[in-house]
Design a protein around this ligand. Structure first.
Ligand SMILES: Cc1ncc(COP(=O)(O)O)c(C=O)c1O
Length: 396
């Protein structure tokens, strides 16, 4: 469509607004999904799950991969398998998504919130170390927007204090630190294939680990879960529908049937998405570099990745002084992403998850000022230029 627009030399421009959703879903994914929906016997269980898990393991360079119906369920599984529960503390970076804090709380453990470093919205590791107590069992680090955390320092902090290191790679599939893929540094890591992430199976989560004992426990945990589909045995359209968030989760409550397995049909879609991952990542990196080159000379505050890292921007975060004005300026052209408009994204009130307002002031600031620009396959260089031009004329 971008070519058609160019061909018309701007005279009869088709209205087109860049959404942040669905940027990676292709016609092939849709036909794959329809094929599985039409054959209920292979929709839930089948060989695609194992094949997807092995392909993912090969791509990330992890020994074991265990899939779930969402990333949050993967984190919950990791914590369960580490026997983390009541009386324990887990260091949780802010900003993050409410479901991350929920997964910790569902085990009975207490999330201890750690503020971010505003240079890239990743955890402030010095601050994290000051939060360690005799009850701390794990350090959770999140590669925010696809910018890797300094994993050398994170590993050292975890080792010094005898903590399990867990990576939240939900926004960072394909990113590297010191030439090594994120998701391979800690005891375990989790990814998401929810529809707005680097690859999509509409909803989905993947755990990676190199630890044999953890892997055994995770496979056992997965085997004990019900199927991904919401109403197995019900009418097909009802089985296929998914809710990214249950209202109870937004309030910090645990919905019934919280943890589930990935379905065979979703895994089949995941395989077609994985096959296109390299082109997907190359495109996202090129668009992010384009935003960076266009916006940096105008004084926008842009993320600063660690020197030895290679980010994989699922979205490109930009700090703006006046977010509503920027949203209005971009309105007809792009849906400006608003991940992290709260220290606990989508929470009804972060206090329900035990967050004390004022304790992570940088994350609160980020929540007031961040917009996230789309990087997915449907965003062309020209689109990035138009988005940047409008941001520049709207002012920082
Ligand atoms: C940083 C982060 N971690 C974890 C999650 C949870 O992933 P999922 O929706 O697959 O449970 C999200 C969701 O958007 C997220 O943004």
């Amino acid at each position: 469509m971008a070519d058609a627009r160019r061909g018309l030399q701007g005279r009869f421009r088709l209205p087109r607004r860049h959404a942040l959703l669905g940027g990676t879903t292709t016609t092939r994914d849709v036909t794959t999904a329809i094929r599985y929906l039409a054959s209920p016997r292979s929709l839930v269980d089948g060989p695609a799950v194992g094949i997807f898990e092995r392909s993912f393991a090969t791509r990330v360079g992890a020994k074991h991969v265990v899939s779930f119906a969402a990333g949050r369920m993967g984190l919950y599984g990791i914590l369960q398998c580490l026997r983390i529960g009541a009386g324990d503390e887990v260091l949780v970076p802010l900003p993050t998504h409410v479901v991350v804090a929920n997964a910790v709380r569902y085990t009975g453990a207490q999330p201890i919130y750690v503020d971010c470093d505003l240079s890239n919205y990743n955890i402030d590791l010095e601050r994290a170390e000051r939060c360690v107590t005799s009850r701390t069992r794990a350090l959770l680090v999140q590669h925010t927007f696809g910018v890797p955390v300094d994993m050398g320092n994170a590993r050292a902090l975890a080792d010094r204090n005898g903590l399990h290191l867990i990576e939240d790679c939900v926004q960072a599939l394909g990113a590297t630190f010191n030439g090594r893929q994120v998701g391979t540094f800690g005891k375990a890591a989790f990814f998401s294939t929810e529809e707005t992430k680097t690859i999509s199976t509409t909803m989905g989560g993947i755990v990676t680990t190199d630890d044999e004992e953890m892997a055994g426990r995770l496979y056992a945990f997965q085997a004990g879960l019900p199927a991904a589909l919401r109403q197995p045995g019900g009418p097909l359209p009802a089985q296929a529908c998914h809710l990214p968030m249950e209202p109870a989760e937004l309030r910090g409550e645990r919905p019934p049937g919280f943890a589930r397995r990935l379905s065979n049909g979703q895994a089949a879609v995941g395989l077609t998405q994985l096959a296109a991952l390299e082109a997907n990542l190359a495109h996202r990196r090129r668009i992010a570099e384009h935003y960076q080159a266009l916006l940096a000379p105008h004084g926008f505050r842009l993320p600063e990745p660690p020197a030895t890292s290679r980010p994989a921007y699922v979205r490109y975060p930009v700090w703006v002084e006046d977010r509503p004005t920027m949203q209005r300026a971009l309105g007809a052209l792009a849906v400006l992403g608003t991940w992290f408009t709260s220290v606990l994204e989508e929470a009804v009130d972060p206090r329900y998850q035990g967050y004390l307002p004022g304790t992570c002031p940088r994350a609160e600031d980020a929540a007031r000022h961040l917009v996230n620009l789309p990087t997915h396959a449907r965003v062309s260089d020209r689109d990035a230029e138009e988005i940047a031009a409008r941001m520049i004329s709207a002012g920082r």
